[in-house]
Ligand binder design. Sequence first.
Ligand SMILES: [Zn+2]
Ligand SMILES: [Zn+2]
Length: 242
Amino acid sequence: MPGLARFNRVRAIASLLYPPVCAICSTDVAAGEYLCQECEEKIAHIVPPFCGKCSEPFEGAITGPFNCANCAHRTLHFEAAVAAYRSRGIVRRIILDFKYGRQVHLRHLVARWLLAALDDSRLRDREFDLIVPVPLHRARERERGFNQAGLLAELLSRRMPVRANPVLERTRYTTTQTAFDRAERMENLRGAFRVRRNADVRELRVLLIDDVLTTGSTLSECARVLKKAGAHSVHAATAARG
Ligand SMILES: [Zn+2]
Ligand SMILES: [Zn+2]
């Protein structure tokens, strides 16, 4: 039996033994689903108006494109960072379970959220040459067993005619960013990434992938390094945004 057919057969048998349940509330769900209707409806979508550069939603009435105050006062090296969902409640919990709870199967659900970002007007009609995951430091990847952004980039490249390649590496094991202000965060990240030896990104239109956008500093630093190595453009997509 070919590999995929065998895999599907095994999965069909497994779903008889372990019927799929909602990852949040354990209600029965249809095969291939991860959330029940009720939990699905609690997910916070990012709706306009939001910042054209970093997707930060804005409460109030603004029509037409605008950039948030955060983006207006700093240099961000990506063209735009796009997310379709807020990293709150159910979305946040699923991503934490995926990353730290060893529930690697949840990557399929997280990848769907990432795909929703690609449907945004800033990305929809754009062509890309390469999908690049934000790297983890080798020590951290070993500890976790995988790089969540790498798994998402792989799933994405199966859905797009674009190859994924982890051309970036993280050379410094940076401490947690949360205690820093914005300037300190950028400083802390300086020199933390580099393009791997033998990787060639010259003239490539890059789609940079991560699970969550928090401040945009990491994506910006990765974009800076890619562009310094000759990348033509860097757009970022994440499954959710803080
Ligand atoms: Zn549920
Ligand atoms: Zn912004």
